[in-house]
Design a binder for this molecule. Sequence first.
Ligand code: ADP
Ligand code: MG
Length: 248
Amino acid sequence: MLLNIEHVKKSFAETEVLRDISLHVEEGEFVALLGPSGSGKSTIFNLIGGIMEPDDGAITLNHKVIHGKRGLIGYMPQQPSLFPWRTVLENIVLVQELTGKPNRQEAKEWLEKVGLQEFENAYPIELSGGMKQRVAFIRAMLSKQNLLCLDEPFSALDEFTRISMQKWLLSVWETNRKSILFVTHSIEEALFLADRIYILTKRPTMVKEEVIVPFARPRDESLLNTEPFFHLKQKIFKQLKDELDEGL
Ligand code: ADP
Ligand code: MG
C-alpha cells in the first residue's frame, strides 16, 4: 500500500472538519475523492502534503508516517499558484531547482505535449486559467514522486478542454502509472478516470462509501454514453444528494 490514511481527524477552532477519515491508494492506482464543497477535500490534501498535521490518526506513505513532511508527493493545488515573476518554464522547473538539477529539456517536452510550447517564456499573467492549470500539472508531474495529488485540476476549464485534458491525463497515466489521488466534485469525471471512488459525507466528514469502478481500460468518451456508466452515475448522484438533502 502506497498511501494509507487511518482514522484521521482534523478541526479548525470550533469547526470539526474531518471526523474520521480512512482511505488508501495502492501502487499505480487512480483514486478519486468525491464530496460536497466544504467537506474537507483540500484539507485532506494539505494533511498528505505536510502543510498541516492531523489532530489524531495516522498518514503513512510506504509505511512511514509523514505528518508535517513536505515534498514527498507531487501536489497540484486547487489554485495553480504560479509565481508571477517567473516564466512558464521557470515555474515548471522550480521544484527541481529546490531539490536537485532542473531538467529544462523534459519540461519543454511536456509543454509540447500539452500544447503550450509557444508559451515557455511567457509570464503567468499572459495565460488563460486552463493554461495555468496545465503548467501547474506539469510541475506536479515533474516532481518525480510516486503519488500525485490533484485537487480539482480541471474544474475551471470549459467542457471541451476538460474532456481533452481528461483523456490526456488518462493516456499519461496509462503509460507511466504513477498513483493518483484526484479530488473532484464531478461524478462523471470520477467515473471516467478512477479505479475507485471514495464518497465523502458533508462536514463533519467521514467516508460514506467506497465505489469500485468496473469499466475496462483504456477508456474513451464512448463510455460516457453506455448504460452501465449512466446507471452507476445515477446511483452515486443519489448518494451525494442524500448527503446534501440532510442538511436542508
Ligand atoms: P473542500 O476542499 O472539500 O471544499 P476545504 O478542505 O477547503 O473543503 O475546507 C473544509 C472546511 O475547513 C471549510 O469549512 C474551511 O473553511 C475550513 N478550513 C480549511 N482550511 C482552514 C484553515 N487553514 N483554517 C481554518 N479553517 C479552515
Ligand atoms: Mg477544495
